[in-house]
Design a protein around this ligand. Sequence first.
Ligand code: FES
Length: 316
Amino acid sequence: MNHEPVKHGFYVHAITHEAAGIASFEFRPNAGSVAPPIAGAHIDVVLPNGLTRQYSLINAAGETGGYRVAVKRDARSRGGSQFMHEALRVGTPLTVSAPRNNFPLREDARHSAFVAGGIGITPIVSMIERLVALGQSWELVYAVRSRRDAAFLDRLTAGRGRAHVHVDDEVGGAFGVGAHVQNLPANADVYCCGPAPMLDAFLEATAERDQTRVHVERFAAAPLEPRRGTFVVELARSKMSVTVADGESILAALRNAGISAVSSCEEGVCGTCETAVLDGRPDHRDSVLSATERSANASMMICCSGSATERLVLDL
Ligand code: FES
């Protein structure tokens, strides 16, 4: 934990139009081989403009020579998707991390049910292809506003599965996540990736299910209440103590004290800053850990989470 993701020199090998406002980008290494892509994993992409963004891998099964991601151009882009769409060209050099998986696929599930909204289909494409390769049972609802927004349809129709595309403007309304989830088999592993309102509805509808079988991936941090209160972080390995002020992040407090710590998104969605907790109880505010992982309190994201106890001991 808290390993700096190994970053390598890559270049843009291909750019492909996938759907309205969605392009896929294939990155290949300048030299050597790369860590194999994993279904559901994401990579950090360090863009030539200095921004770092996380994108889910869409590699096909067995495609190992590089990494492929798909990016939707966001009208409110803070420079990530806009730069990807406007400035990247075939041949542009960039830096890419090894894959990190916060959205693992349970390959031995009796049945896997996916709900994807818009660009939230990206991690799910590879997960479904993996299940198809394993001969496992799955189903998908892929909700889009209009048919021109739907990407990767050709990759979602194989195997022992069932893909249903819900097109809002063809059926006159948004997909009802809650009612759909109620009808899924109780022993299914259920997955959701999409916009925040969809994820919130999914989590509400799955609250009574076995939480080890409920899996979500957020692209942006959930809205957070501000952290409150001062607490002390003890660093077990460095044998140092740092006071974290009201509203301050642990990461910021460490840096203010001259202690370096790795991070990427700094809003609780990528998992880069995950740190082992040795004592105390974190106030988890991230979008990475599952409910089960949160209650185990074995690790935390120090970029966004605080402490529910006056003292927190970290493996740093
Ligand atoms: S830096 Fe991304 S979760 Fe903390």
